[in-house]
Each structure stands twice: as structure tokens, then as C-alpha cells.
Design a protein around this ligand. Sequence first.
Ligand SMILES: Cc1cc2nc3c(=O)[nH]c(=O)nc-3n(C[C@H](O)[C@H](O)[C@H](O)COP(=O)(O)O)c2cc1C
Length: 300
Amino acid sequence: MEYTRLSDANIITAKYMDSILIKERLIDSVVADTKTEFFGENFDMPIFTPAFSHLGKYNGREFTGLEEYSVAAKNKNILNFVGMMENDMFSKIAATGAKTVRIVKPYADNGKVRDQMQYAERVGAFGIGMDIDHIFGNTGLDIVIGEQMAVQTTDMLASYIESSKLPFVVKGVLSADDAVKCAEIGAKAIIVSHHHGRLPYAVPPMMVLPEIKEALEGKDVKIIVDCGIGSGADVYKAIALGADAAAVGRSMLPSLEKEGVAGVEKFLQSVSDELRFIMSCTGFAKVSDIDDSCLYQYLT
Ligand SMILES: Cc1cc2nc3c(=O)[nH]c(=O)nc-3n(C[C@H](O)[C@H](O)[C@H](O)COP(=O)(O)O)c2cc1C
């Protein structure tokens, strides 16, 4: 029989998430509330949009997919994220009025990094950050759509944080070591992620969450998790294992493509409704109450 190696981190992550089960705790439980405080703001759910880039206009519609999901984020009162883009595109995102964190690429052109961060602040971004997991590629330093990436040192990240009043989010943390460095330089949040499986055999974000949570105990750093999040059960498990919130990803794309703003709103609401159902069935009235006491794990 042929033996196939399982190097795809997306599959490993899905298998791990599916190995986590939930027990019920119904007596004395109430209908749960999904409201979430984050960076001093109240959001309706602990479910955020992904830092996406390069989404064009679907089906000849007026606005790009990036603008459409940003409008949906605003309407659903959740924190919005966007990724690699030029300033003219970010100005359109800012114009949607969504509370948006701009994740800037680790460009080798450091002037461009600083310009994009300063621009985001000028046009009213809610936060800024960087995806540090898109530095390396198989040829050394990665080239992303013609743009050269560069190594980012602790000092460089610290200087971005110092030069802005906005909360800074480090995206692509997958170890307690990096999480602690982020805390030391004053990052306000990290996104625990393997960037949809860039690294073969990457540990599932949820598997490494408990040790990251422990390493950040007592530090003022919020934890967001992404990769493979597409249901309320996924969000519940992420929070139970130590996250403050979770971001959906490619799971959002079919709704976005088919129905634009309305499709994303419906999708987000369905994820939130399932989260509330599971919280209610497990005796957690508030998001901040959720812990791992109702989780079981079995090996597949
Ligand atoms: C079309 C597309 C564009 C993306 N662009 C960026 C980006 O510019 N910056 C970034 O940090 N992550 C980017 N990502 C990664 C997502 O933010 C997120 O980490 C990932 O999709 C999570 O995995 P999932 O899709 O399995 O949920 C992109 C992903 C997709 C599918």
C-alpha cells in the first residue's frame, strides 16, 4: 500500500480541530451573549474578518470584494482586517467606515512599510500590524507579487510600534517565543496563524494556543487565532483554548462571491449564532467566561 505523507498544514489543522469535542452543561444555563470587548471597543461578536488582499470585483459588481467584506464588518459591528494593498486601495477601505486593522507586508523597502503604516493612521485606521510569517520562501526571502520581502528584527518591530499611536498587531505568531517578544516590545495583539499553511507541518494554531496563552499571562496582549475557522464551533474551541477572538478566512469567500455584503453578513451571523448556541449549551453566559472545561479530545 502506498504511504502518503501529510505535510499540508491545512489538513493537519482541520484534523486537530475536529478531534476536539464538546460536552454539555445545561442545568442553570442561560441564553449566552456574544458581545466582546477588544482594544477598548465593544463588538457584537468575537469573530473578525481575515486580512485579505487582491480580491477583485465579483460578478461585475460595483465594489471590490475587499470593500464588500469591510462594509459587512461595519454593519455587523466587528473588527475588520485587510492585508497587502497600496494606499489608494486602503483609502477606499477607510471610506467604508469599518474599524479596520491594516496588516502591512514585511517589504524590503522599509520606507514603504512606514509610509503604509503612517497613511493608515492618517486616514483613520483602527490599528496597524504586520504579517511576519510572509518573510521567507523556498528561494530565501520571499517575493510577493513582484515585491521583495525582508527579515524583520525585534528592533524594527519595536520602532513601528513606537512611531504610531495605534494598537499594533503582529500576525503570524506560532510559538510562545515569538509571542513573548511581541509582548516585550508592546504589541497589543497577536494573530496565532500559519497563514493558510505556508509552512509544511505547521502546528495547528489551536494546538499551540494554550502555551502561548500561558506565556502571555498577565501581559496586555490580546490573542486572535485564524486558519480553518468557519463555524461557531471553531470559534468556541479557539476561545476555550485561550484566544480572545478568532478570524474567519477562506470560509467567508463563497458567501462573499455569491452575495457580496449581504452574503458575508449572513455568514458572520450564522457563525455567531452557532457560537451563542454552544456557549448556552455549555453554561457560558459571556465570551469572557469561556474556558476549556467542556472540551474533550480524542485521537483520530
Ligand atoms: C486571497 C487571500 C489573500 C490573503 N492576503 C493576505 C495578506 O495580504 N496579508 C496577510 O497577512 N494574510 C493574507 N492572507 C491570509 C489570511 O489573512 C489568513 O491568515 C488565512 O487565510 C487563514 O487561513 P484560512 O483561509 O484557512 O482560514 C490571505 C489569504 C487569502 C485566501
